[in-house]
Each structure stands twice: as structure tokens, then as C-alpha cells.
Design a protein around this ligand. Structure first.
Ligand code: ZN
Length: 110
């Protein structure tokens, strides 16, 4: 079974909660047993969360590329393409952050 710290959200395996949280040091009484459904939601969300995290590691470079292309100003079509990239990457980046925040608030994280 899994136990979750109500203070720092650390999830620990075991037949019983830890005596003391290894992350935030509160007593084990601050741990709550996760239901099978809660644990399944955490596990089911891990791949998508990992993909969003990987995506967010890439977006700063894509934004940098778009800005360099705009600044280079080779021709109007290239500038238009880089402007499109900048707009879309900025939207995707913000949306991925919003999704991750939503997942964390809904227990789709851990
Ligand atoms: Zn804790």
C-alpha cells in the first residue's frame, strides 16, 4: 500500500506510514493511506507528466530559435514562419504548465 504525507505530499510504500516523514520530518500521523484508485490515478498520469516535463525542457530553446529567426529577418516568409513558431510554442508551453498544475491539484502527480 501507499501512504501520502499531508504536509509535503511525499508518497511512501509500506504496510504502515513511516514514523517520521523523511522529507519534511512531520510525524507519521500526518500520513494518509492512499486508496487503490488514488494510486492508479498517480500511476496512470506518469507518462503524460513526464512528456510535459520533457517538452517544457525544450521550449526555451525553441523560443530562442524563433526569436533568432525573426531577428535575422532573411525574408518575409521566414519571419512569418518564426513568428508562427514563437506564438505556438509560447501557447503550448503555457498550456503544458497549466495542465501540470491541474494534474497536481487533481492528484494526477506523484
Ligand atoms: Zn512530509
Amino acid at each position: 500500500m501507499k501512504w501520502k504525507c499531508s504536509v509535503c505530499n511525499l508518497i511512501r510504500p509500506g504496510d504502515k506510514p513511516p514514523e517520521k516523514c523523511p522529507k519534511c520530518a512531520v510525524p507519521g500521523s500526518k500520513y494518509a493511506k492512499m486508496t487503490d484508485q488514488e494510486w492508479e490515478v498517480v500511476q496512470r498520469s506518469r507518462l503524460t507528466n513526464a512528456l510535459y516535463t520533457e517538452l517544457l525542457a525544450m521550449t526555451p530553446r525553441l523560443i530562442e530559435i524563433a526569436k533568432s529567426g525573426i531577428e535575422d529577418d532573411l525574408d518575409p516568409w521566414c519571419v512569418q514562419l518564426f513568428e508562427h513558431l514563437l506564438k505556438e510554442v509560447t501557447f503550448v508551453e503555457a498550456s503544458a504548465k497549466a495542465e501540470l498544475e491541474g494534474h497536481m491539484k487533481k492528484g494526477k502527480w506523484g
